[in-house]
Ligand binder design. Sequence first.
Ligand code: NAP
Ligand code: F7E
Length: 337
Amino acid sequence: MTRTALITGITGQDGSYLAEFLLAKNYEVHGLIRRASTFNTGRLDHIYADPHTPRNRLHLHYGDLSDASALARLIAKIAPDEVYNLAAQSHVRVSFDCPEFTADIDATGTVRLLEAIRETGVRPRFYQASSSEMFGKVQEVPQKETTPFYPRSPYAAAKVYSYWITVNYRESYDLFACNGILFNHESPRRGETFVTRKITRAVAHIKAGLQDKLYLGNLDAKRDWGYAPEYVDAMWRMLQQDQPGDYVVATNETHSVREFLEVAFSHAGLDWQKYVELDPRYQRPAEVDLLIGDYSKARAQLGWEPTTRFAELARLMVDADIDLLRSHREGKARVTA
Ligand code: NAP
Ligand code: F7E
């Protein structure tokens, strides 16, 4: 029987990969999209453009995590078997500028969606996009499911609320609800203001003679960076288990922003030190210095393992940005990687 999934945040990096992943598994996929003054479906357009993809099984609906009645109507209308809550104001630096908005979407938005599920009586399995940012000022190295949270930003504080409200609805209402505690994951579809994509995009522009400088903040921060298409597979696996649970998804490797610069620039034959300048605008009022995840539980229970490692990830993102720039300059439409 065809299963039905609802993805909030379907226009984002993870939402677009998850939509493809579920369509390939024969799901009927519904996505929540926000009204915007410009087109915001750029990461999904190739699904509609490709005659070999099942585009008649992809359905987009206007809505917003701030609009409870629209969420309830949508849940009642499509009665999904699985709900993936990926929508968020996902930028940590921006959350310091817009803390109240971030709380409204990333914290209250989750309980609005859970309430829409509870009130309509539809009983989907529920995935919450929790984050390694919740570990913040880390209390243990590496971080695992039992490591205490210490959020260091309005974004992380909001995600901690969503983590616990998801646990609470599981325990209070017997909802099959899971938290995926995902460490940073990147791809050619990563938003251009996150550090990896900002760097790989700059490498392509510098190589083409279109940019002279790259302005960055803290180069010493260390992150556990994985490859986004592999991480959406882990989300799906969580909802296929006999029992709901919470899982760390990571690579168990950590690298600094400086190391990412070295690999990305050298892949294009460039010396990063000639181009990078520090700009205090990109510093954060409170920083997360070191993240590294222990994904043993995901490996043991979900059979999940990351395959794309740090240097390969940086190189594939550089290659994709060089190709993207070339197609733009040649005036060709591009199908995203
Ligand atoms: P992303 O590319 O920034 O996508 C966020 C999505 O949320 C977009 O589709 C965005 O719509 C949508 N959205 C934002 N505000 C909304 C609102 N008020 N109502 C409805 N939709 C809204 O993020 P991502 O990297 O794919 O991450 C997916 C989720 O995982 C997020 O919740 C993020 O916080 C979390 N997470 C990400 C990582 C990571 O490393 N990528 C790690 C851990 C957790 P527009 O396209 O219209 O802006
Ligand atoms: O920063 C440093 C910055 O913005 C990584 C989101 O997906 O992952 C992401 O959050 C590091 C930080 O990601 C710049 O200070 C230096 O230490 O790429 P980022 P993030 O903050 O780790 C987590 C898991 C999420 O859940 C989030 O949704 O890089 N950094 N210079 C910079 N960062 C940015 N953005 N821009 C700079 O110029």
